[in-house]
Write a protein that binds this ligand. Structure first.
Ligand code: PHE
Length: 337
């Protein structure tokens, strides 16, 4: 009977080790330790043994019972742990590093804006910001565009009210800053601009950086020096720069600034329309009429202004061919910056 007892104990331990879930364990508990369990029944037969064999049998039976109870409890705990997750399952290395959440970063337009501003700040320009919703005066009239001026056709304007517009350019800042501050002035003004336009190279909202420098004896040479230095710092010191005569109502003379095509290096390609040059900004000497409109004396001061599109500059810097990418919020695009 002692042999039978030991064999039952071995079989029970093997069964417990092989159990796949809690229900199976419970079945095993009933089968071996229950009221009519195999071990219980064996124990009940102790009385049928010769008196001198009983103590040893009883002792062994109790040891086996304790072993089985311990094995059941342990198996139960480990199965419960497995149900909670794979971390404690055999074969999984719980010391492996977890999956880190990705960190966000600044939008490429913001990165470009900050890079542009940093260059001008090093040249002594101060950053200023003004409203996106503007009076007609600041957007057009004071910038030498009276109501009947043909140059207003250049702008596709969003009107809030008859005299209130979403600014079509950051040149509003020229008037804003000069009407509040006596010369000398050296500012850059970043911000949003709005035009009724939408295709691969135009979005209804885009960003510009305006620049304005006014003092006694500011000349076109200063304009050239500052802008060439900017291009060389932002793109590369090797990039060729040219000033092409142009027209803006609020500057005279005016020039658009081109850089040697950063895609083909000047040989001619699709991006530069085979010209070898890319336009990056508009500029010019502040028109005397603008000075008069802000109460400056055009015989006392001169100055230059410039305005550039941030998205356009970002596109050239990174070789992006569709402006709308900046506003799709496609993470596959944004994560590249
Ligand atoms: N405001 C002009 C534009 O949006 C750019 C410009 C700014 C030109 C300052 C000359 C001087 O196109």
């Amino acid at each position: 009977m002692l042999e039978e007892l030991k064999a039952t104990g071995e079989a029970a331990l093997a069964d417990i080790a092989a159990a796949a879930d809690g229900a199976e364990l419970e079945q095993l508990r009933v089968r071996y330790l229950g009221r009519k369990g195999e071990l219980t029944l064996l124990l009940r037969r102790t009385g049928s043994l010769p008196a001198e064999e009983r103590p040893a049998f009883g002792q062994t039976a109790n040891q086996i019972k304790k072993k089985l109870e311990a094995a059941l409890a342990q198996a139960e705990a480990s199965l419960a742990g497995r149900a909670q997750g794979p971390a404690v399952t055999a074969g999984v290395d719980v010391t492996l590093p977890g999956i880190k959440p990705r960190r966000g970063h600044l939008h490429p337009v913001t990165q470009t804006e900050r890079a542009i501003l940093a260059i001008f700040e090093r040249m002594g320009f101060t950053v200023v910001e003004y409203p996106e919703v503007e009076l007609d005066w600041y957007c057009f009239e004071a910038l030498n565009m009276p109501p009947d001026h043909p140059a207003r056709d250049m702008q596709d304007t969003f009107y809030v009210e008859e005299q209130v517009v979403l600014r079509t350019h950051t040149s509003t800042s020229q008037i804003r800053v000069m009407e509040n501050t006596p010369p000398p002035i050296r500012v850059v003004a970043p911000g949003k601009a709005f035009r009724r336009d939408s295709d691969a190279t135009h979005t209804p909202m885009f960003h510009q950086v305006e620049g304005l420098m006014v003092s006694e004896d500011i000349s076109f040479a200063h304009l050239k020096g500052v802008l060439i230095d900017f291009v060389h710092q932002f793109f590369s010191p090797e990039v060729p720069v040219r000033f092409r005569p142009s027209f803006f109502p609020f500057t005279e003379p005016s020039a658009e600034v081109d850089i040697g095509c950063v895609v083909c290096g000047g040989g001619g390609c699709r991006v530069c329309s085979q010209t070898g040059w890319l336009e990056i900004l508009g500029s010019g000497m502040v028109d005397p009429n603008v000075f008069i409109n802000v109460g400056y004396d055009p015989d006392e001061v001169t100055g230059f202004a410039f305005g550039m599109g941030i998205e356009r500059i970002a596109m050239l810097k990174w070789g992006i061919n569709d402006l709308r990418m900046f506003y799709d919020n496609d993470l596959r695009f944004l994560r590249q910056f």
